[in-house]
Design a protein around this ligand. Structure first.
Ligand SMILES: *Cc1c(COP(=O)(O)O)cnc(C)c1O
Length: 369
């Protein structure tokens, strides 16, 4: 049996008639940028997340960066980020001129450890940027309490967590603002690039809407020198089709994740944890083992594709050499990067494929022992 990591073409094929209709209607409309489709998607996604405002932008990185810019965060400021995340979280901060200040994760959930955030706050700290890594909501309650007492902003990086829930609220409704990516492989993916900013704050939403369109909210006046980061009408039309399936597709992910957890329980792998009161979006199913590289090879030779999210932590990337964080500085995160392995999981994998992967994992680890 061959198990691909993802099959994006199968996802599109399942929705083919609806996607084709949306595509053709948009072509016929003659309006290709910031029209009816973007407006409708913004309303629908805001309602889905339980937030007042949604502003569609070009990609997830821009969604993060534009919120920080709209909060006037820049040179001389610090923003607290997870030491264990995709590098985009850090790049959004450094793009404004501010400094990303890494905080180590909780070993169980992979997410930023609220207990360590307090120690990283200085007089220059302006915001905290938790990531709902792999689709698991970060522990937001203590982070929001800390932000409140210290007068800090909280921006959720929800790029991997469409539809996830923390207590009563969905990802996107947990901080002062949230950034989503619609990169094709995300739980809600476009057929190209896309992103969105979510917030209850009308002033922030207005400023981001202006920034994405050259800094102009009342053409022909440009209140500030913004950028061009608009969500395409075509992508918005396709995203509206896919948003209607998000809950069903996330439920399929959750079923397969439960099956993995059941089949791999009691073995030597460290399995992903779901915090009490949280609903995981299962963007990725990430296990941990000290024998990661050998396990990945055995799986590959059995026809099972796996990936590593992520092989190199941001503080050890050449791009951030200038920050001067030596190897060993963020040991919890560095160990995760050596030990994590993402097993195939998507709405388009079958239970048989998951059973095959789990059996192959168990056999490979038995040989290790
Ligand atoms: C995908 C992703 C982003 C960036 O999204 P793009 O649309 O690729 O710019 C940011 N943060 C995290 C955690 C992501 O997974």
């Amino acid at each position: 049996m061959n198990v691909p990591f993802l099959s994006p073409a199968r996802a599109s094929e399942e929705l083919r008639p609806e996607l084709d209709r949306a595509w053709h209607e948009t072509i016929a409309s003659g309006r290709y940028v910031l029209g009816e489709q973007v407006r409708a998607f913004e309303d629908e996604f805001a309602a889905y997340c339980g937030v007042r405002h949604c502003v569609g932008v070009g990609n997830g990185l821009d969604a993060l960066t534009l919120v920080l810019r709209a909060w006037d965060i820049g040179a001389g400021d610090e923003v607290i980020v997870p030491s264990n995340t995709y590098i985009a979280t850090w790049i959004a901060v450094s793009a404004t001129g501010a400094v990303p200040v890494p905080v180590e994760p909780d070993a169980g959930t992979f997410n930023i450890d609220p207990a360590r955030v307090a120690a990283a706050i200085t007089s220059r700290t302006r915001a905290i940027l938790p990531v709902h890594l792999y689709g698991c909501p970060a522990d937001m309650a203590p982070i929001m309490r800390m932000a409140q007492t210290r007068g800090l902003k909280v921006l959720e990086d929800a790029a991997q967590a469409h539809g996830a829930r923390y207590r009563t609220h969905r990802a996107g409704a947990l901080g002062h603002a949230a950034a989503f990516s619609f990169y094709p492989t995300k739980n809600l993916g476009a057929l190209g690039d896309g992103g969105a900013v979510l917030t209850d704050d009308p002033v922030l939403a207005g400023r981001v809407a202006s920034l994405r369109n050259y800094g102009s909210s009342r053409p022909p006046l440009n209140e500030e020198a913004g950028c061009n980061s608009r969500l395409d009408e075509l992508q918005a039309a396709l995203l509206r089709v896919k948003l209607r399936r998000l809950d069903e597709w996330n439920a399929r992910r959750a079923r397969l994740a439960r099956l993995y957890l059941e089949l791999l329980a009691g073995g030597p792998l460290q399995l992903p944890q779901v915090p009490v009161g949280a609903e995981h979006a299962w963007h990725l199913f990430v296990v941990r083992t000290a024998h990661r590289d050998r396990l990945q090879k055995s799986l590959a030779s059995a026809g099972v594709d796996t990936l590593i999210h992520y092989p190199v932590p941001p503080h050890l990337q050449p791009a951030y050499r200038g920050l001067g964080h030596a190897a060993g500085t963020f040991a919890v995160s560095e160990r995760m990067h050596r030990e994590v392995l993402s097993l195939p999981l998507s709405p388009h994998h079958s239970e048989d494929q998951v059973r095959f992967v789990a059996a192959t994992v168990r056999a490979a680890l038995q040989e290790e022992a």
